[in-house]
Write a protein that binds this ligand. Structure first.
Ligand code: AMP
Length: 434
């Protein structure tokens, strides 16, 4: 949820056209990252921010960029104005993020006369080329940007403000060479911002090429989980996750985002859910940009209730009305958990996060609880279990009559102590505190 501070946007030094747009969006107060970063950015400083999506970081850079560029344009006499070329460049890892950032510029800049272009791969380039020729602000993913630049459609020589968004994710996605090529073509005299959810050594190395004497602003990793999100763990055997999921979906009215580690399993799960009467789409890095965008729009519109996503694809998804996030598996990286659950309870609403934890995932869960500095309560959910599959049991099928299994509700916190006999045991675990 969006925690806000007690200062006002006006106190940060923002001008009337921006304040009007913000009040039209019903933003009452700046979020902490906005309150910290905006005054420094308006003063021309470089900023390095530890902040992930959901903290309000987009407005933290978009508002000052709009203000700085519009101040510069009004002081240039009209007759002296050269054709537009980008004065601000925002690099972001995914198409989804690029589109969302573009939408933010449209919303916050609606009372200003600046133009922006959004550039990303996987779709035809012509509309983007046209937009790029007339843009003050370019929001782009690195690959397509370099393509257009090499064809002469985007120039970098007048860039005054440069933003590297989600820097850690960009490095994970292998964008380091592209980013370095782009940085090498930017004017040395410029204002730069770098945002990253995490700050490992590789990011600090990169930062040394991007920012100069930056102000550091940070939002603690557990801020998005601070309030508005009810988190619980459901202990469940591997083979019972799918029946548990179907049960949970049957009880759920709002949009549900399900996370899985691998593309293959995400696809399979979406297919199985659709087959079983829970219309679902999958979104992951193997899908074309167009297919990802389609899936996201179908979900956003509520045409499917369930979106199954991998971490990379879902990073930055900002869909209002996700009431439940399910960790179908427990991520190895504790930070990924925080990112995942931050997809619900957006902008002050309520949300729920469930983590389906099988015995082999308990150590992952412990690492998450250590990062959050709290234990996640265990929730017991009664559901109809699946019969043991022939492959997972050494007992003949006949010794597990299917009918009683379907009629006797199981409780998800029950764990079998023997993997080949999933249903029979009622050995129960509770979440370790630390
Ligand atoms: P971001 O971290 O930039 O992706 O923003 C997360 C969400 O919070 C987006 O839906 C924004 O529209 C919203 N948001 C950003 N700043 C504020 C604010 N000051 N008050 C309320 N909502 C905000």
């Amino acid at each position: 949820s969006m925690t806000t501070s007690s200062v006002t946007f006006a106190q940060l030094g923002l001008t009337a056209p921006l304040l009007r747009a913000l009040s039209e969006k019903n933003y009452l107060h700046p979020s902490p990252i906005q309150a910290e970063a905006i005054p420094h950015l308006l003063a021309g400083r470089d900023v390095m921010g530890s902040a992930q999506t959901g903290t309000g970081k987009t407005a933290a850079f978009a508002l000052p960029i709009l203000q700085l560029l519009s101040a510069a344009s009004t002081t240039t006499p009209h007759a002296l104005r050269v054709p537009r070329s980008p004065r601000a460049l925002i690099l972001t890892p995914t198409r989804e993020l690029a589109v969302q950032i573009g939408d933010s510029f449209s919303a916050y800049g609606r009372h200003l006369r600046l133009r922006h272009a959004v550039i990303f791969g996987g779709v035809g380039q012509n509309p983007q080329v046209r937009a790029a020729h007339d843009a003050d602000i370019v929001v782009a993913t690195p690959g397509r940007l370099l393509d257009l630049a090499s064809q002469g459609h985007v120039r970098f020589d007048r860039v005054q403000i440069f933003v590297l968004d989600e820097a850690d994710r960009m490095l994970d996605m292998g964008f380091a060479p592209d980013i370095k090529r782009i940085i090498g073509r930017l004017p040395v005299e410029r204002q730069s911002l770098l945002f990253s959810a995490t700050m490992p050594g590789s990011i600090l190395d990169l930062a040394s090429r991007v920012v100069r004497n930056p102000v550091r602003v940070a939002v603690t990793p557990d801020a998005p989980a601070a309030d508005g999100i009810t988190q619980s763990v459901v202990n469940v055997d591997h083979g019972q996750k799918y029946p548990l999921l179907r049960h949970v979906l049957g009880e759920q009215k709002g949009l549900v985002l399900v996370f899985m580690r691998t593309k293959h399993s995400a696809n399979k799960l979406a297919k199985n859910l659709s087959r079983d009467g829970f219309p679902a789409e999958a979104i992951h890095g193997n899908k074309s940009q167009a297919a990802r965008q389609r899936a996201l729009e179908t979900f956003r519109a509520g045409d499917v209730q369930v979106l199954v996503a991998t971490d990379v694809a879902a990073r930055g998804i900002d869909v209002k009305g996700i009431s439940l996030v399910i960790n179908y598996d427990i991520p190895h990286e504790p930070e990924a958990y925080v990112h995942r659950i931050g997809r619900t309870a957006r902008a002050g609403t309520q949300g729920e996060a469930l983590a389906f934890c099988e015995p082999s995932e308990r150590s992952n869960l412990r690492n998450i609880q250590r990062l959050l500095r709290k234990s996640i309560p265990v929730k017991n959910i009664a559901f109809t279990p699946a019969p043991p599959s022939p492959a997972s049991t050494s007992h003949p099928r006949a010794s597990h009559p299917a009918a009683p299994a379907h009629h006797r509700p199981a409780t998800a916190h029950q764990h079998s102590s023997s993997s080949h006999h999933p249903r029979a045991s009622s050995h129960s675990h509770s979440a370790p505190s630390h």
